[in-house]
Design a protein around this ligand. Structure first.
Ligand SMILES: NC(=O)c1ccc[n+]([C@@H]2O[C@H](COP(=O)([O-])OP(=O)(O)OC[C@H]3O[C@@H](n4cnc5c(N)ncnc54)[C@H](O)[C@@H]3O)[C@@H](O)[C@H]2O)c1
Length: 372
């Protein structure tokens, strides 16, 4: 027997159906299981702390420790007093990953896990494409199979390429990317857009981070660079602690406040907090579209020399640095327009460059005092 529904009745039923779904999601939301891929890593671990501190959600980490250590989970417990469930699984192995979805009632996913080094990606493009793209596809496949309603993706301001339109808004066109790493983020976002187009009941956000720096205020967790750091702040702290002899500032003749490159540094705990806000926003189910993208920055451009001065103030000693040649691929300046995140997510970065440097230095000193 066929039941004919006129368009009005259909939309009434759709409406009821959506209400029932959203009600049940809301009911689950207080204690929902949230899958954190890459939860032992730099930003993932800070986000787990933010979740444990500010929500009733139950974070579950999947990480294969290719750029981290399981000790991070102990440190999270030291800081929060809470243990979290975690799995040592490579996301490229979908069969093993499926078990995580079978064993838990996952309602939200924050997908951090990826290789992230720009120069390494130039040397090992296949490794970067394989890891970053296959991991994302597997997580999205299981999200779809298990109908997990909320998905947040770690993207990057590197998708804007070498844009000169500043500050960068979310409508700034995706630029020509400088390296395979950045291209994995461009492709990653496109894959999500295509999936979201079909999976109308599932909701997706891509967060484009500018330059995450600093460490948890306790100094017990922070960035753990593998080998020689590619990023400025770990290079600064390692130079100050004597691991590196000298810092070279790449280029001092750019058209900027003091000739050195300008970036939008943002405290990692502010970045972590944005993930909580983004997931809360998705839970409200008021969004106009099931895929959206947000910049995460402070909106303030800080030069390399200004960063060094802030660090010297925090450490209370001068840093051994010299001015050198420009480095290929560096753009003069980039910083975010953060209005969209403020208006829609109700999120704003709060920590200053001094707090970023204080915490980074505290973390480095803790690292120096123990074998982490
Ligand atoms: N840190 C930055 O400057 C920055 C800037 C923009 C975007 N991002 C993005 O944010 C995310 C997190 O960055 P991060 O700085 O915390 O990096 P990170 O290397 O500290 O953390 C990533 C974690 O993912 C894990 N991982 C990688 N591949 C995996 C796999 N196949 N299976 C299981 N685990 C895997 C690593 O072991 C690591 O613990 C990444 O996607 C990165 O591209 C980072």
């Amino acid at each position: 027997m066929y039941l004919y529904l006129g368009s009005q009745s259909k939309s009434f039923l759709n409406c009821c159906y959506k209400d029932v779904i959203s009600l049940s999601l809301r009911k689950l939301s207080n204690t929902m299981d949230v899958l954190i891929t890459g939860g032992a890593g730099y930003i993932g671990s800070h986000t787990i702390i933010e979740i444990l501190t500010h929500t009733d959600w139950n974070p579950i980490s999947v990480d294969n420790f290719n750029n981290s250590t399981p000790k991070t989970y102990d440190r999270i417990k030291e800081i929060t007093g809470k243990s979290i469930k975690h799995y040592d699984i490579d996301l490229k192995n979908i069969d093993r990953l499926r078990v995580v979805f079978e064993e838990n009632n996952i309602q939200g996913i924050i997908h951090f896990a990826a290789h992230k080094s720009v120069p390494e990606s130039v040397d090992k493009p296949l490794e970067y494409y394989t890891n970053n793209i296959n991991s994302l596809i597997n997580v999205l496949q299981l999200q779809k199979d298990f109908k997990v309603p909320y998905f947040i993706f770690s993207s990057s301001c590197s998708v804007y390429g070498s844009t000169t339109a500043l500050p960068v808004t979310e409508n700034t066109p995706i630029g020509k990317t400088e390296c395979p790493y950045a291209y994995t983020k461009v492709v990653g976002e496109q894959i999500i857009i295509d999936v979201a187009h079909i999976e109308k009941d599932l909701n997706y956000i891509a967060l484009r981070y500018f330059n995450p720096v600093g460490a948890h205020i306790s100094g017990k967790i922070g960035e753990l660079p593998n080998g020689v750091p590619n990023n400025l702040i770990p290079f600064i702290t390692q130079t100050a602690s004597g691991i590196r002899k000298e810092l070279t500032v790449f280029g001092s003749d750019y058209d900027t406040v003091d000739g050195t490159c300008v970036r939008d540094y943002i405290h990692v705990s502010d970045i972590a907090n944005a993930h909580v806000k983004a997931l809360e926003y998705l839970q409200k189910e008021t969004q106009a579209t099931n895929f959206d993208v947000f910049n995460l920055g402070t909106g303030i451009g800080v030069s390399v020399l200004q960063t060094i001065q802030a660090f010297e103030k925090s450490a209370g000693k001068p840093l051994n640095y010299k001015l050198g040649e420009r480095r290929p691929g560096d753009i003069a300046k980039i910083y975010a327009n953060t209005e969209k995140s403020a208006t829609i997510l109700g999120w704003k970065a709060e920590k200053s460059i001094d707090e970023m440097m204080d915490s980074a230095w505290k973390w480095q000193q803790n690292l120096d005092n123990q074998s982490l």
